[in-house]
Design a binder for this molecule. Structure first.
Ligand code: NAD
Ligand code: UDP
Length: 330
């Protein structure tokens, strides 16, 4: 059970996956806006270190548990954000069956909790539901191109099933569900060994190790700074009228992997070079969000350019790794 100060204030908001990269920034923003926050997390890929500064807050409570297990929270929760799921390919492929169950059973458990409390529910879905897309940029009405038997299926298909659970709950009238399709997001609190591109490249450059470009490096991604994403998630959750459709949240700037490697190298004093390694199976070739819907329904668009976001992220990794290497400000 969550231990909390009984004084009333704001909304009571459950953040499943709140000890992770995005979740920890979301918890901070929700507390800062005057709410009470219950973070539910198994620490699978999250960390208590991400919650330093929050743990002492009387309006913050931590529940350590797996979302696949029955969730027993009696407090009258007003909103539930479901971010619980490993997001980096090496992490979600480490125990693929558990990843799938996290999205299916875990989302089902949280939806039941939302129904019990009449809470509004936001599902953190992903651009991965578009798979290796045949349409570009990706609009929400594109149904996707996913290999349901490949090594990414545990994540992609799990998230697609979670979306189906959300929209069935909405149609049944049991839960007010909202679905955000999140594109690649980066920033402080990513794990140094997470395996995702931004954290890999920055950590490799700071350690004077070669930057590992998978395949030719011509594949593209769009990178959203975490504060922009958190703003979009909160807007979607609090929109009075439920959009009743999924909403892409991402930065429409599109970069090749090589371009990102060169950008990181240009901003860090390093002896690192670029090496090529094999492209992982089913690695999507192109990805860029169409955010017309988020602009129209939420009045949202990203504000932080990649260069500025990288500056903040590099500074954070320098401090997290205890290094003193200077960032080049060219
Ligand atoms: P993350 O791995 O840093 O955070 C996930 C959090 O969920 C961690 O704290 C982890 O311990 C927790 N968790 C995982 N499985 C759990 C389980 N079974 N029970 C309880 N807790 C569990 O990832 P992130 O980048 O912060 O992503 C957060 C959410 O956003 C995820 O659902 C992810 O799929 C989604 N998303 C993120 C991105 C991105 O680029 N960061 C892109 C698309 C979607
Ligand atoms: N990637 C890379 N080197 C790395 C990590 C990732 O070239 O060290 C590539 C990866 O093959 C993919 C892109 O960067 O094409 C984004 O990978 P990430 O795992 O960050 O996110 P996702 O593939 O889930 O979008």
């Amino acid at each position: 059970m969550a231990k909390r100060n009984k004084a009333s204030r704001g909304k009571i908001i459950l953040v499943a996956g709140g000890a992770g990269f995005v979740g920890s920034h979301l918890c901070t923003a929700l507390l800062g806006a005057g709410n009470r926050v219950i973070c539910l997390d198994s620490y699978l890929t999250g960390s208590p270190a991400n919650l330093i500064g929050l743990q002492a807050n009387p309006y913050f409570a931590m529940v350590e548990q797996d979302v696949c297990d029955e969730i027993d929270i009696d407090e009258p929760v007003d909103q539930i954000y479901n971010l619980a799921c490993p997001a980096s390919p090496p992490s979600y492929q480490a125990d693929p069956i558990h990843t799938m169950m996290t999205s299916v059973t875990g989302t089902g458990n949280l939806l039941r909790l939302a129904e019990r409390h009449g809470a509004t529910f936001l599902q953190a879905s992903t651009s991965e539901i578009y798979g290796d897309p045949e349409e570009h940029p990706q609009q929400e009405n594109y149904w996707g191109h996913v290999n349901c038997t490949g090594p990414r299926a545990c994540y992609d298909e799990g998230k697609r099933a979670a979306e189906a659970l959300c929209f069935d709950s909405l149609r049944a009238g049991s839960v007010d569900t909202r679905v955000a399709r999140i594109f690649n997001t980066y920033g402080p609190h990513m794990r140094p060994n997470d395996g995702r591109i931004v954290s890999n490249f920055i950590v490799q450059a700071l350690k004077n190790e070669p930057l590992t470009v998978y395949g030719s490096g011509e594949q593209t991604r769009s990178f959203c700074y975490v504060s922009d994403l958190v703003d979009g998630l909160i807007r979607l959750m609090n929109r009075k009228e439920n959009p009743a459709v999924p909403v892409n949240l991402g930065n429409p700037g599109e970069f090749t992997v090589i371009e990102l490697a060169e950008l990181v190298l240009s901003r860090i004093e390093t002896a690192s070079t670029i090496v090529h390694e094999p492209l992982p199976a089913d690695d999507p070739q192109r990805r860029r969000p169409d955010i017309a819907r988020a602009r129209k329904l939420l009045g949202w668009e990203p504000k932080v350019p990649l260069e500025d976001g990288l500056t903040h992220t590099i500074a954070w990794f320098q401090s997290a790794l205890g290094g003193s290497r200077a960032e080049r400000r060219s």
